[in-house]
Design a protein around this ligand. Structure first.
Ligand SMILES: [Zn+2]
Length: 402
């Protein structure tokens, strides 16, 4: 396994002065805003990523309104200060399979299915004026997909890319937007490498690696045999000077493993997915582990608290009923500074929206903190220690789950 790489992303055009450190995650959004959080709430969170990922399913049907507005998605949505990265699919949701073909790709929003062909796709992007945009891609593949379908997936995606490049070449509106090429090929080494080499030969500004599973879900790809080798060989075909993005690795341990293999940019869908289940992130990312949170799992083990684990705490669990500690002792977030586990447990029991607002604040805070710690550990040469610490905490989690 490699050692990962620290990097900087510079954006062309209107954000020329922006320099973003990697490894990093993008800000996960739903229909243009951070889930459950208004702009004012988002300001209460530190280290908010500078790039907001916005998936097209919920937004594409509104592209005519955004076009009329005339200032792009960044101004249209409330997230004015962020750079915008438009992606095809919602990173937190599985996508209905079997709806793509050589003419286009299906995305889903509240209004149902929308089929995007390259021409409509570019029209939508011209209305949205993103800083980065993912090329149209046919990533409807997983571990069980037959070779014939994988070849088609790579061919369709390269064809979409070529047609998109043709259409955007003349676009005055998109001249400052960076096109991100998409690498497909499922679990087939030959197709992965063909996809990586062919895409690298086109004028793209970065790479999104997808197609390991149908849609996006919380599957631990690193538990799949040979995934690390396959990812490493794929990344080996990509140029060093452009960012590599994966939205399908989520937990801190998985992110660290993918980072070591050369991935630079991740999604922050994980904090949202946990919040939806009433769960909060409680891992300790300090090296050596020293924060009060390091004691948490011991306390959990000592008092037989089934809701506690190394990585997450389940606040729906009734053991929190009279637990008047913050979600994570020592956490500096607004939620932990003002509320107890007992209170959030009560809010979840009574289905109060505030429960999800508070969990999003805490989980985002912790996830963004993790990326700061990840960058710091690379700078200080403690990446292996961080990995060992996460593995220990992950094992504690497994013990609780069995
Ligand atoms: Zn907190």
């Amino acid at each position: 396994m490699g050692s990962g790489r620290l990097g900087h992303i510079r954006l062309p055009g209107r954000h020329e002065s922006s320099v973003i450190e990697t490894p990093m995650c993008t800000l996960f959004t739903k229909v243009g805003s951070a889930p459950y959080l208004g702009v004012e709430m988002l300001k209460r969170i530190s280290n908010v990523p500078e790039i907001a990922a916005m998936s097209l399913g919920g937004l594409a049907p509104h592209h005519e309104n955004v076009r009329e507005f005339g200032k792009g998605l960044g101004e249209f949505t409330a997230i004015k200060s962020s750079l915008i990265f438009t992606t095809l699919h919602d990173a937190s949701a599985a996508v209905t399979s079997g709806k793509n073909d050589r003419n286009g790709v299906a995305v889903w929003g509240k209004g149902g299915k929308l089929k995007l062909d390259p021409s409509l796709y570019v029209k939508v992007q011209e209305a949205f004026r993103p800083d980065w945009f993912q090329a149209l891609s046919d990533g409807d593949t997983d571990r069980g997909t037959a070779k014939k379908r994988l070849i088609k997936s790579v061919n369709n995606t390269l064809d979409f890319l070529d047609r998109t490049l043709e259409l955007t070449q003349e676009s005055e509106v998109l001249k400052d937007s960076s096109l991100i090429g998409v690498i497909e090929g499922g679990f087939d080494e030959e197709e992965r490498q063909r996809s990586a080499k062919e895409t690298s030969a086109r004028p793209v500004h970065g790479f999104l690696i997808e197609g390991f599973e149908k849609g996006h879900s919380a599957v631990d790809l690193f538990s799949v045999e040979n995934f690390s080798t396959l990812l490493s060989k794929t990344v080996g075909c990509l140029p060093e000077d452009k960012p590599r993005i994966m939205e399908t690795v989520w937990s801190p341990l998985q992110v660290l493993q993918a980072f070591k293999l050369g991935i630079d940019v991740f999604s922050s869908a994980y904090p949202y997915v946990l919040a939806e289940k009433g769960q909060a992130m409680v891992a300790d990312y300090t090296i050596p582990r020293q924060s009060p949170s390091a004691k948490l799992e011991k306390e959990g083990l000592a008092d037989g608290c089934l809701s506690c684990s190394g990585f997450i705490i389940d606040l729906k669990n009734k053991s929190n009923f009279e637990d008047f500690r913050p979600v994570l002792p020592g956490c500096k977030c607004y939620c932990c500074a003002n509320f107890t586990r007992s209170y959030i447990h009560h809010l979840l029991n009574t289905s109060e929206l505030l429960a999800y607002v508070l969990l999003m604040i805490h989980n985002f805070h912790q996830y963004f903190e993790f990326f700061s710690c990840l960058r710091k550990s690379v700078k200080e040469g403690t990446l292996d220690e961080l990995q060992a610490s996460l593995e220990i905490q992950n094992n504690v989690r497994s013990v609780h789950e069995t």
